[in-house]
Structures are given as structure tokens and as C-alpha cells.
Design a protein around this ligand. Structure first.
Ligand code: AMP
Ligand code: MG
Length: 336
């Protein structure tokens, strides 16, 4: 244990303290509207290295740089496409990350050795205030140990980061619950590398929008990931997760059988009564996004060995829920 980790509620005083640690190159976990972030000064190589160590994150998985103004963006990138300007006006601050050719100000550890940098401006008040108080951008991946479900409360951050960082700022439960939408630009098209709460439907209003094939399929052998994060095992609780391609009575029947004939099986249903091994992860895609990671962590706490999850709708933010679930389940889908 390198640190005695403190957990402070967000207010002006704790935000100042967070900024102070960050100026000294230390790590601080902060709330954002998506999930909790493990923040460091994005322009300080040593600080950013500490993120990879604390999370156990592979070095070639680039980080998202969080900003609080368009002026900060200009210092990080070589050019800003017209579409990006329009998207920033509409969706920033908010859960949209855009990829730009990086300027020399961004160290290569931050961009995972790529010549591009991923940037977003959060809407969460605590996150914005802390960035402003720092005066520099913050690199902030999700504040979980690499591979585990992302944390949506400060308590879950503490479970993973206790002893590894000096400070966690508690801003309550995250609004969205899944990580930001990540996009890059291809000629005039928007190319979605990771779906999130800024949906395909919303982006399509601005330009032709396509979804990268790795969003719904694993990478084929030898294929190069456009978004390096997509090649790693992700979002996984200790239990084995399976997606069940059935709804309503069919889902209930199949799971009831598994629950009654095997040990330590839990079922996560979409808008289901919580009884006899069934837990509800919400009916609408928005609630599912908000609850998914928390439910996966809860399944571990309850000692589940197997978790059966009702397949979500794949429209709107549902595509993000499905994308995370596919990885949590290592692409195991059971047809019923
Ligand atoms: P996380 O920090 O855990 O939210 O993950 C950030 C995601 O953004 C990962 O999937 C990265 O691979 C992706 N990403 C970050 N920077 C870039 C970049 N320059 N090019 C492509 N993908 C990126
Ligand atoms: Mg993450």
C-alpha cells in the first residue's frame, strides 16, 4: 500500500486539493458523467505513467484527454476538422470523444505511441472545475483495475484503487454509466470506434456515420485494432458472463432452469421482478447503461459463478450496453 487513500465529497475545497495533487504529478480519481476517471496531468509523462501502473493497463492502450475549454483543445491538436467543430458545439461538454492528429505538446505515453490524440470535454461539474483549477488537461481512463467493470460510484473506485492513489473525489453516482462515444473522421464520414451515450442516431444528423466492425465483433486473428482498447479483455467480473438471446417468458424459463439445476447462477433481466436468483438491470437502454457495471460488480459480491444476461436492445445507447456486455461475456451468446 503506497498511499492511505482518502475519499472526499466534491466541494470547492476538495476540488482545490485534487488540483494540488495533480499539479505535483499525483493521481486523483474524479467523477465524470460517464464513469469515474483516474486522472493525471496529460502533459506530464511521469504522471501519465503512474496511471498505467495503478490500473495495470497495457502501455499501448491510449488515454482520453479531458479539457475544459476550446483553447485547451487547440494546444493539443494539429488541426480541427469542420465537422469536429460542429460536433463540439452540439455535444461538448458531454460524453463524446473525438480523435485528432496530436501536437508535440502531447507526450507519446498519453497517446499510446500513436500520432493521434483522443479528446473530450466533460459536462460533469466536478470534473470541469478540477480541470479549470489545474489549468492543464487531464488524461483519465476509467478508475478501475484493468479488465474489471468500470466504476460508477466512488465506493467502487475505492475497492479497486485503495492504497494506489492518494485521493478519490466523490461526486455521487454517474449519470450515464458507460464510457464516452469515441469517434474518428474519415474524409467526410464519422467513424464510431466505441459506442456511448452520444448515439449513431444523433451523430447521423451531422454527417454520414458508420460503426467500426470491432464494435460488435471481436478482432479477427492478425487484424489491427483502430482503437487499441478494443483488443483487450474488458469489463469482466470474476463470474463468467453469458448473453442470453431471449426475452420475456423464454428468458425467464431458461434461466429458472439453470438457477435450479446449477450452483451460483444469477440472471440479469431487463425490467424483471427481483426474486429467486433474478436481478433487474433496467428496462430502458438509459437505465441499463447506468446500472450494467454496478450489477456485474454486485454479481461478484453475491458470489455468482455464472451470470446470464438478457440481450439488450441495440438502438440508442443500447448499442453501447451491448458492446460492453459482449466484452464482459467474451462474446459468448446463448441462443434459446
Ligand atoms: P478508457 O480510457 O478506458 O475509456 O479507453 C479509452 C478508449 O479510447 C480506448 O478504447 C482507446 O483505445 C481509445 N482511444 C484513445 N485514444 C485513441 C486514439 N488516439 N486512437 C484510437 N483510439 C483511441
Ligand atoms: Mg476503461
Amino acid at each position: 500500500m503506497k498511499y492511505k487513500t482518502r475519499l472526499l465529497p466534491y466541494d470547492n475545497k476538495s476540488a482545490l486539493e485534487a488540483a494540488e495533487y495533480l499539479k505535483y504529478g499525483e493521481l486523483v480519481a474524479i467523477p465524470t458523467e460517464t464513469v469515474y476517471g483516474l486522472a493525471a496531468n496529460a502533459l506530464n509523462e511521469n504522471a501519465v505513467r503512474n496511471i498505467f501502473t495503478a490500473k495495470g493497463r497495457p502501455q499501448d492502450n491510449p488515454l482520453i484527454v479531458h479539457i475544459s475549454s476550446m483553447k485547451m483543445l487547440q494546444s493539443l491538436v494539429k488541426e480541427i476538422p469542420e465537422t469536429a467543430k460542429r460536433l463540439a458545439e452540439r455535444f461538448w461538454g458531454g460524453p463524446l470523444t473525438m480523435i485528432f492528429p496530436k501536437s508535440d505538446a502531447v507526450p507519446s505515453v498519453t497517446s499510446g505511441g500513436l500520432d493521434t490524440v483522443a479528446v473530450r470535454m466533460p459536462s460533469n461539474k466536478a470534473a470541469c472545475e478540477i480541470i479549470k483549477k489545474c489549468g492543464f488537461p487531464l488524461a483519465a481512463p476509467s478508475a478501475n483495475l484493468s479488465g474489471k467493470p468500470s466504476p460508477t460510484t466512488a465506493k467502487r473506485v475505492f475497492e479497486d484503487m485503495n492504497g494506489r492513489i492518494p485521493l478519490i473525489i466523490d461526486g455521487g453516482e454517474c449519470d450515464v454509466g458507460v464510457e464516452s462515444t469515441v469517434i474518428c473522421f474519415r474524409e467526410n464520414r464519422i467513424h464510431i470506434l466505441r459506442p456511448g451515450a452520444v448515439t449513431v442516431e444523433m451523430l447521423s444528423e451531422f454527417a454520414e456515420t458508420e460503426v467500426d466492425s470491432a464494435v460488435l465483433n471481436g478482432l479477427k486473428k492478425g487484424e489491427k485494432a483502430l482503437s487499441p482498447g478494443m483488443k483487450y479483455k474488458h469489463y469482466s467480473p470474476k463470474a463468467e458472463v453469458y448473453i442470453i438471446n431471449a426475452h420475456g417468458e423464454n428468458f425467464r424459463k431458461y434461466c429458472t432452469h439453470r438457477i435450479s439445476t446449477e450452483r451460483s447462477v444469477l440472471a440479469l433481466g431487463a425490467g424483471i421482478r427481483e426474486e429467486g436468483g433474478f436481478l433487474d438491470y433496467g428496462k430502458s437502454p438509459e437505465i441499463q447503461a447506468k446500472r450494467l457495471f454496478e450489477m456485474l460488480r454486485r454479481a461478484d459480491e453475491l458470489g455468482a459463478k455464472t451470470v446470464l444476461v438478457e440481450i439488450p436492445e441495440r438502438t440508442g445507447v443500447g448499442l453501447a450496453v451491448y458492446n460492453r456486455l459482449l466484452r464482459a461475456a467474451a462474446f459468448r451468446i446463448i441462443e434459446v
